[in-house]
Ligand binder design. Structure first.
Ligand code: NAP
Length: 242
């Protein structure tokens, strides 16, 4: 059975990606950190629409948790194979560098960058053996441009962009593509406190994007037909920056 693992699939962009993966016929592994109620809703909607999947609770910032839960799942499910990996889980914790605490730096870097590394390293071997795989990393405009007040987040996402380009070259010969999508302002819990009215004036398309618009691009990069696109970063930002 072919599976798609979506980290941070309980809410926001990750949830929309889970729906997209289910529409593409994948059995969806919905990862989340703590919000079981929202993760349950994602799975219930997938089932209601005729798809299937299961929840996989682990903290992508914790390599021991990843090893225990994700590796445990792999060992217990030899008939299932993760063909698509979407590294989507991410957090932001904004403050100017001079006031940034150790924990704010560590948590944001660990969630995006360490999460990418430890989850991908566990799954890449099977993809290499089967000579097929799709990896899509959800990065950010912040990682391309750098945004003040977000040096932890910009650094984490820029790190994942570099890793995307490097890994694409390591595994291209084995039928595995590695790409990233870089959203701008997307309507989710992460952007809830922002002043949309004033910010949208800067965006050529003049609105925030939707999780479904990001999921559409992820679905394209994760499709078999996108086999000749790898090491790319696709901006989804309404024309804000590229
Ligand atoms: P969100 O609504 O805040 O949802 C975050 C998701 O990530 C939740 O499912 C959460 O799980 C999960 N998560 C957070 N930390 C985790 C951890 N340590 N381990 C496992 N799961 C974890 O965020 P979003 O806006 O959908 O963002 C999704 C991705 O897009 C992130 O990587 C973010 O940086 C990126 N992005 C977002 C925007 C935007 O405008 N929204 C723009 C650019 C990039 P729980 O529900 O269990 O907490």
């Amino acid at each position: 059975m072919k599976c798609a693992l979506v980290t941070g699939g309980s809410r926001g962009i990750g949830r929309a990606i889970c729906y997209k993966m289910a529409q593409m016929g994948y059995y969806v592994l919905i990862n989340y950190k703590s919000n079981q109620g929202e993760a349950d809703k994602t799975l219930a909607q997938i089932k209601q629409d005729g798809g299937d999947g299961e929840l996989l609770k682990f903290d992508v910032a914790d390599k021991v948790d990843i090893q225990q839960v994700l590796n445990g799942w792999i060992e217990a499910n030899t008939e299932k194979y993760v063909e698509i990996l979407i590294n989507n889980a991410g957090v932001k914790d904004d403050v100017l560098l001079m006031w940034m605490k150790d924990e704010q730096w560590d948590n944001v870097i660990k969630t995006s960058l360490d999460g990418f590394f430890y989850v991908t390293r566990l799954l890449i071997n099977d993809m290499l053996v089967r000579r097929y795989g799709r990896i899509v990393n959800v990065v950010s405009l912040s990682g391309l441009k750098g945004l003040p007040g977000q040096i932890n987040y910009s650094a984490a996402k820029a790190g994942v962009i570099g890793a995307t380009k490097a890994l694409a070259q390591e595994v291209g010969r084995r039928g595995i593509t590695v790409n990233a999508v870089a959203p701008g302002f997307i309507k989710t819990d992460m952007t809830e406190g922002l002043d949309e009215k004033s910010l949208k004036a800067m965006i050529p398309v003049h609105r925030f994007g939707t999780p479904e618009e990001v999921a559409h691009a992820v679905g394209f990069l994760a499709s078999a037909e996108a086999a000749y696109i790898t090491g790319e970063v696709l901006s989804i930002n309404g024309g804000l920056y590229s």
